[in-house]
Write a protein that binds this ligand. Structure first.
Ligand code: PMP
Length: 450
């Protein structure tokens, strides 16, 4: 209660919101996929501090690397030469195909996307940027312009030159998830599963062309897209949507930017980077969150050619490439390889998606289950026929009940209608079964009461 009072008095509770406000959770400690509150209750963490704890809370190997570096050198800025930054730059670049080889360090995803905006404009000499409905790209004044989710933006502060196009697969879209019943476990909705997907692709590409024709000048600076939308609710695109979009954007002089803040570092299971699942090659990739398992850090990777356009001044930020952050991030890459984290994401994620799809078929209030690896969305509806979003109080009841039974999940989607599951990527099938039992119970107790 004291902490809540402090929060009320010294932090603006209008903007810094507690997710479980009915009965808040006071987190004390974490280990791998588990969190403990101050009273010693254990929670299975399926939200990972918003898709951030990648290899596990306080992972022993990563913690050891952090402590080792903390004892040696905390900080000196990148105007000096020190090994953690250089070792990590080389290691990170080795995870990218050519020509994505030039690394910039930031402290967050917003900052990486700010930098990507600037870089794309300098490189192309153009100004306008296209983003997708439901996207989230950051909370800085500039990136709020990219973010097309009203809950997270103050339109008056930003958005100049940023245009939103409809995003495929949005809630109540003509295609939605219902045509893909048989194949809920693909990176991208595969056209072979339904003619509806192809129609949807044509329709959304048509809408993008409409945005080009009516909203933007003939030349643009960039297209920003998350390979699978995160905050938007694990929204996936029809097969070839990104491929065609990249082509149209490049025809108009723009560069293509993949925001891998949520999808990177093996989260989608099948690929290390989400963009690889779409068979596209971005010009700029931004990342943060999972990069350092929860330690504040972000990065941007681009081509030497684009980097050369961004060479008139100095790119400096005090903490970018901090020795401790780089030592941790380096250990995260090693750990992903040694623990088989990406494969686990694929295995447990596929299992969860399949089991959740069974619940979707059983319960009238689950409208769609989608995602890839451990980037999963469960979209809730009043009923399958209306496809109206499940009202906020019902969402909250299920959400809080799940927490009371020891599982933390997330919420998102344009209408707040999607439960989000993005755990530390070390969860097991047994954890998935525990969640499924809890979730089933939460759904049934809501349906009994309504
Ligand atoms: N891009 C995506 C896809 C995100 O999900 C987020 C954060 N939710 C950001 C960018 C912004 O990252 P940060 O909060 O580290 O600034």
């Amino acid at each position: 209660a004291k902490m809540l009072e402090i929060r009320k008095k010294y932090c603006n509770p209008m903007t810094m919101k507690v997710t479980y406000y009915k009965k808040p959770v006071y987190i004390h400690q974490g280990y791998m996929q588990w969190l403990w509150d101050v009273d010693g209750h254990r929670y299975l963490d399926l939200f990972a501090g918003v898709a951030t704890v990648s290899v596990g809370h306080c992972h022993p190997q990563v913690t050891e690397a952090a402590v080792r570096q903390l004892k040696r050198l905390w900080h000196t800025t990148n105007i000096y030469i020190y090994s953690p930054l250089h070792e990590y730059a080389e290691k990170l670049a080795s995870h990218f195909p050519d020509p994505l080889k030039v690394v910039y360090f930031t402290n967050s995803g917003s900052e990486a996307n700010d930098l990507a905006m600037l870089m794309s404009r300098l490189h192309t000499g153009n100004f306008d940027i296209i983003t997708l409905r439901g996207s989230y790209h950051g909370g800085s004044p500039q990136t709020m312009g990219l973010t097309s989710n009203a809950a997270y933006k103050y339109p008056i502060a930003s958005g100049l030159g940023c245009h939103t196009t409809m995003c495929p697969d949005v809630f109540q879209g003509p295609w939605g998830g219902s045509h893909c019943r048989d194949s809920p476990i693909q990176t991208i909705r595969d056209c072979s599963c339904s003619p509806g997907c192809c129609q949807a692709n044509d329709m959304y590409i048509g809408q993008l062309k409409e945005v080009f024709a009516t909203c933007v000048p003939s030349r643009i600076a960039a297209f920003f897209g998350e390979p699978i939308q995160g905050v938007g609710g694990a929204v996936q695109y029809p097969k070839n949507y990104l491929k065609e979009t990249y082509k149209l954007v490049r025809e108009r002089g723009g560069v293509c930017i993949a925001d891998e803040v949520q999808t990177g570092f093996g989260r989608t299971g099948s690929h290390f980077w989400g963009f690889q699942g779409h068979d596209v090659m971005p010009d700029i990739v931004t990342m943060a969150k999972g990069i350092a398992n929860g330690y504040p850090m972000g990065a941007l990777v681009t081509t030497p050619e684009i980097a050369a356009s961004f060479a008139k001044g100095v790119h400096f930020n005090t903490f970018g490439g901090n020795p401790v952050a780089c030592a941790i991030a380096s250990s995260v890459l090693d750990t992903i390889r040694e623990d088989g984290t990406q494969q686990n994401s694929a295995d447990v994620g596929t299992y969860l998606l399949k089991e959740l799809a069974k619940l979707r078929d059983k319960y009238e209030i689950i409208g769609d289950v989608r995602g890839k690896g451990l980037q999963i969305g469960v979209e809730m509806v009043r009923d399958k026929a209306s496809r109206q979003p499940l009202p906020a109080d019902a969402m909250r009841q299920i959400f809080e009940c799940t927490k009371d039974m020891g599982v933390l999940i997330g919420m998102g989607g344009v209408y707040g209608q999607t439960f989000r599951i993005k755990p530390p990527m070390c969860i097991t099938k047994e954890d998935a079964d525990f969640f499924l039992a809890v979730f089933r119970h939460a759904l049934e107790s809501y349906m009994e009461q309504r």
